[in-house]
Design a protein around this ligand. Structure first.
Ligand code: FES
Length: 168
């Protein structure tokens, strides 16, 4: 039985085939990973940050996820470049990114939310490494960060279950 193709819009398909800013960065200030390599839904951002202006000078990504994840990550890197971390944090929400890719099929929303959650994680890592959290950075995880954590916990639980089954 063949499965019906997902109704991706042409923009998502184009970004999937021709993603921007894809690849590793050797001199990144922050490397943030979200998702789980065990199931392949994993994204990594490499972010070069200007320490003084606290702005994103360069950002690239590697994704092992699906078309939705690659397309949203590509858009995130394009939108985030040259923004201060504060502006990136406040403006790059899931809704904004979903709008920028022209909308994802609802079953693929989690893949895009993961791409946004990973960027938020990168910003949090930067300040945690510095040891000073700015006032505008909430202590509580955002909805996108929570989604990334949930996916990681779920993947972890599944891989533990599989291991137990294999050992039986
Ligand atoms: Fe896993 Fe999209 S990233 S299904």
């Amino acid at each position: 039985m063949s499965r019906a193709p997902l109704p991706y819009n042409p923009k998502v398909l184009d970004l999937f085939r021709n993603p921007k800013n894809q690849g590793k960065m050797d001199d990144a200030t922050v490397v943030a990973i979200a998702g789980n390599p065990a199931c392949g839904d994993m994204i990594t951002y490499y972010v070069k940050i200007d320490d003084e202006t606290e702005s994103i000078v360069k950002i690239t990504f590697e994704s092992y996820g699906c078309a939705a994840n690659i397309a949203t990550a590509s858009v995130v890197t394009e939108l985030a470049k040259n923004l201060t971390l504060k502006v990136a944090w406040e403006t790059l929400t899931w809704n904004k990114v979903n709008e920028a890719v022209g909308g994802l099929p609802s079953v693929k929303s989690h893949c895009g939310i993961l791409a946004v959650g990973a960027l938020k994680r990168a910003i949090r890592i930067f300040y945690e490494k510095r040891g000073t959290l700015p006032d505008w950075l909430p202590k509580e995880h955002t909805f996108e960060e929570k989604q990334a954590l949930e996916e990681e916990q779920l993947a972890d639980t599944l891989s533990k279950k599989l291991k137990v089954e294999e050992e039986k």
